[in-house]
Design a protein around this ligand. Structure first.
Ligand SMILES: [Mg+2]
Length: 459
């Protein structure tokens, strides 16, 4: 078998880049995108990062700062981002079918089947293709393992001299040169300088890149494991790669042993092409305003259930369990949380059935004097769709299940053709007080006919 080789394609400041796609006037300006309900910052342009706005910054605390620094704010336009993300996946799938869509803005590609002589040139070609066809800037990391590809892409993103592409190869071991030692003396974990002098990064060796990566930035380490490693004197990826495998396993379980192998170029994490089957699906929202209005609350839960059920059908799964939660405002006195769940003897993906169950569950704790702030619906305990055909106990009403399936197929195909939400259950429309406020949302340029961008030409 050929030695595995992976590329990570990572979109730069993805949500902000999507906004800029239709607003080129925002290039070089500080831009932030906010979470649903405009609660906190979920994406920042480089200019916003340079101003010191942290990820997750609560918007109400930063409002004045945004104003003073002319930071352009957007409410999250997740429908737009999802559509752009799919377009990028399509481009990547035309490069190779060996693709794992890791998140909305990152995909791993398996390259071992492709004939590539120069990985850096290949990376640049992919970067240019996505830029020309879609208009989104990406960073590309290439390496023999996913952990190293991720590490390479992170460096490719922050060092302008790399032109967004870094290919890392642990073999053959190279003697480190004098100037690397000079550069890296400035980049210890404690006092690190992320941007190297521009002409000096290209020749850095594999070991130098590992040493320039703080341990908490290694994929799979994160804030939870990092303190444990730092206490052992492991501050960067190079030191982590030099841990004895047994020691790594003591510190982090089997995952630690795999991590050390991955950093040494031995692939332990294969490409997961089918996309991990989800173990649960949840749809939750903070309401636009706190409400005790039963119509609005039922509409919210119905809408969550409908979205979760749709997702379930896309995955060809049925759920055995559904649940509801609701809370009051955490920041007000008397904070309360309610949860209820139910079990379906015959697993289902039927929107009508799921709406009826979650609304029933909600009525078990609903109190008209309570102002609800946030709520959600979750589905769990999945079985594949064909499970019903192999029901050996005869507990399934085959005719009724057949009708349900046909109903859902009709619903999904109409909505696919005429736009999402074109037909929906009446329960979803009983009230709209729950709907999150997104005053600063940009038009959904590519998914709604009436929000298409308009081009004016001068006569
Ligand atoms: Mg990204």
């Amino acid at each position: 078998m050929r030695q595995p080789i992976f590329a990570l394609i990572d979109c730069n400041n993805f949500f902000v880049s999507c906004e800029r796609l239709f607003r080129p006037d925002l290039e070089n300006k500080p831009v932030v995108v906010m979470s649903s309900g405009d609660g906190c910052v979920v994406a920042r342009s480089n200019e916003a990062k340079a101003l010191g706005i942290p990820m997750g910054a609560p918007v109400y605390k930063w409002r004045q700062f945004f104003k003073d620094n002319r930071v352009v704010q957007f409410s999250g336009n997740f429908e737009l981002y999802g559509d752009i993300s799919r377009r990028i996946t399509d481009v990547l799938a035309s490069v190779t079918p060996q693709i794992e869509v890791y998140s909305v803005d990152e995909s791993f590609l398996g390259l071992s089947e492709l004939k590539i002589d120069d990985y850096r040139a290949w990376g640049r070609a992919v970067r240019d293709k996505i830029w020309q066809w879609i208009g989104i800037p990406v960073s590309v990391g290439v390496a023999p393992t996913k952990t190293l590809a991720k590490l390479a892409a992170n460096h490719a993103k922050v060092h302008p001299a790399l032109n967004s592409v870094l290919s890392l190869s642990p073999l053959p071991p190279q003697p480190e040169r004098q100037r690397e030692r000079f550069i890296l003396s400035h980049s210890t974990a404690k006092n690190r300088v992320r941007i190297f002098p521009s002409d000096s990064v290209k020749g850095l060796s594999f070991h130098a890149w590992l040493r320039a990566t703080p341990v908490q930035e290694v994929w799979g380490v994160g804030w939870r494991l990092a303190p444990r490693l730092q206490a052992e004197g492991v501050h960067d990826a190079l030191q982590l790669s030099q841990l004895r495998p047994q020691h790594a396993q003591q510190l982090m379980g089997i995952h630690g042993r795999q991590l050390v192998a991955e950093l040494n170029g031995l692939s332990c994490y294969p490409l997961e092409r089918e996309g991990k089957a989800q173990k649960s699906i949840a749809r939750t929202r903070t309401f636009g305003e706190d409400t005790g209005d039963i119509g609005s609350l039922e509409a919210a839960l119905a809408s969550f259930a409908a979205k979760a059920a749709f997702r379930l059908r896309v995955d060809h799964q049925l759920a055995r369990r559904a649940g509801v939660f609701a809370t009051t405002n955490k920041h007000k006195p008397g904070y309360q949380v309610w949860r209820r769940e139910t079990y379906f003897p015959v697993p289902t993906a039927d929107t009508g059935k799921l709406i009826a169950s979650v609304v029933d569950l909600f009525h078990k704790f609903y109190n008209p004097h309570v102002k609800y702030h946030r709520a959600g619906v979750w589905l769990q305990d999945f079985v594949p769709v064909d499970h019903l055909q192999t029901d050996v106990f005869g507990s399934v009403n085959v005719a009724a299940e057949g009708r349900s399936k046909a109903r859902m197929q009709t619903l999904d195909s109409i909505n696919e053709r005429f736009g999402r939400g074109k037909i929906r259950y009446a329960a979803e429309a009983l009230g709209n007080k729950w709907e999150p406020k997104h005053r600063l949302r940009s038009p959904r340029y590519v998914t709604r006919w009436n929000e298409l961008p308009v081009v004016h030409t001068l006569k």
